[in-house]
Design a protein around this ligand. Structure first.
Ligand code: NAD
Length: 415
């Protein structure tokens, strides 16, 4: 995906909403691009300079909000796209945040634990004056976690000279985080899937699902969909996966996976009951399974012109960011496939981040069960709203989602 594609989607939605050009222009480009080059003393005793970004796309509706990823191939263009998507996502689910994203160009696997800590401290120092719990609130993302974010927070607090619990979301529970955060993206995706599945007009137990990816998102969405009574017939991670026509047993799959095995190593014919209707499937082939709902929950660009024709699912729920590319989307639209866009499907994580931030900053507490219930309700409401607009305006769900998000951002800008 290129940033130009995000611009086009925003412009198209703005035109459909009859918004003035001078309002749209304010959403097209990030408000601020911060690029830092900061030195870190490595294990060898020598300094090395690392590059980091923080893109602040829009704060029209509240503090910039978005994760920090560590990746050796991350670049400015990618971080710009992700920051803009965060502005749209927070507006779509109607929480008082804007959008941002950060990154450090590094492969954490090349580092010792101490080096990772020093890089995190260095990045926190480099961007400290641009962030804050009511200004810009980071979170973990690809290759970062609550432990890394704890280092980030401690250095940020050292720089500003006081405690600020809401500077980071995605903290561990003992450090001021909330229990629902870990499962939130998957739980939100399950709620979205449940809402959209109603359009199929059959009971959950007859609705078949295939999932690509069995990490944080894939695992939690599988868990919740299984308990909602859907039939998960295929699951794959990067090593490949398994299929079972009668439906996989989530708990057995998760248990085996937890024991350190790749999904493709699991002996599903044994653990899922005496049936011959089980087998192995490739990491990419899982996308072509004959199912009602396909859930790409691994990485972007999985459905392209190479395989769009071979997709058999009636509905695709985009849990990964942009797993279906622009050209593939056109092919799928012709086939009548409904695509639930990423900015809706995977927004459960940032919704839970809002609950955490609200608890830290505004002291509004929510218990675990209540957080789960609220998250499911809010995600279903957002889905119903997008679906309704999509039907009434006869536009794909992605376009409807962009229209709702942009109209909310524009309303705040105009004030
Ligand atoms: P993760 O690293 O925990 O898991 C990724 C999973 O995808 C693993 O099972 C891995 O084996 C699999 N995978 C990787 N490459 C693959 C490939 N080429 N083919 C098949 N499987 C592959 O990541 P995650 O946190 O579960 O995130 C998954 C996706 O959801 C990412 O695109 C991420 O950007 C997006 N997302 C995550 C969150 C969140 O809260 N974790 C929020 C929004 C969006």
């Amino acid at each position: 995906m290129q940033y130009q594609e995000v611009r086009n989607l925003i412009e198209d939605a703005g035109k459909k909403l009859n918004l003035p050009d001078d309002i749209i222009e304010q959403i097209l480009e990030p408000q601020r691009i911060i690029e830092v080059n900061f030195p870190v003393k490595m294990q060898s005793g020598r300094f090395k300079v690392f590059k980091g970004f923080r893109i602040q796309h829009s704060n029209a509706r509240g503090p910039y909000k978005g994760g920090i990823r560590y990746h050796e191939e991350v670049n400015l263009e990618e971080v710009k796209i992700l920051a803009a998507l965060m502005s749209l996502k927070t507006a779509l689910i109607d929480i008082p945040f804007g959008g941002g994203k950060g990154a450090v160009v590094v492969n954490p696997k090349d580092l010792t634990n101490n080096e990772l800590k020093r890089i995190t401290h260095g990045f926190a120092r480099a961007i400290a004056d641009s962030i804050g719990e009511t200004k810009d609130v980071p979170a973990p993302d690809v290759n970062t976690n609550s432990a890394i974010m704890k280092w980030f927070k401690e250095e940020y607090e050292r720089v500003i000279g006081k405690k600020e619990s809401g500077i980071i979301t995605g903290k561990s529970v003992k450090d001021g985080g909330i229990k629902v955060r870990d499962e939130a993206t998957g739980l939100g995706g399950a709620a979205v899937t449940q809402e959209i599945a109603k359009t199929l007009g059959k009971p959950n137990k007859k609705i078949t699902i295939a999932i690509q990816g069995f990490g944080n998102v894939g695992n939690h969405i599988a868990h919740h969909l299984y308990h909602m009574g859907f039939k998960i017939v295929a699951v794959a991670d990067v090593s490949g996966g398994v299929t079972h026509e009668d439906g996989l047993d989530y708990h057995m799959t998760a248990k085996e996976k937890k024991s350190g095995k790749n999904i493709s190593e699991l002996c599903h014919c044994d653990i899922h009951g005496p049936s011959n209707d089980c087998g192995l499937v490739g990491a990419k082939d899982v996308l072509e399974e004959n199912v009602d709902i396909l859930i790409p929950a691994a990485v972007g660009n999985q459905i392209t012109t190479d395989n769009a024709d071979k997709i058999k699912a009636k509905i695709i729920v985009e849990m990964a960011n942009r797993p279906v590319d622009e050209k593939a989307e056109k092919i799928l639209a012709k086939k009548g496939v409904i695509i639930v866009p990423d900015i809706l499907a995977n927004a459960g994580g940032v919704l839970a981040s809002f609950y955490e931030w609200n608890e830290n900053v505004n002291k509004i507490k929510m218990g675990y069960k209540q957080a789960q219930e609220n998250l499911i309700r809010q995600m279903k409401e957002a889905t119903a709203e997008v679906l309704k607009l999509s039907k009434s305006k006869e536009v794909p769900m992605r376009e409807a989602a962009y229209m709702i998000a942009i109209s909310r951002i524009a309303r705040t800008i105009k004030k």
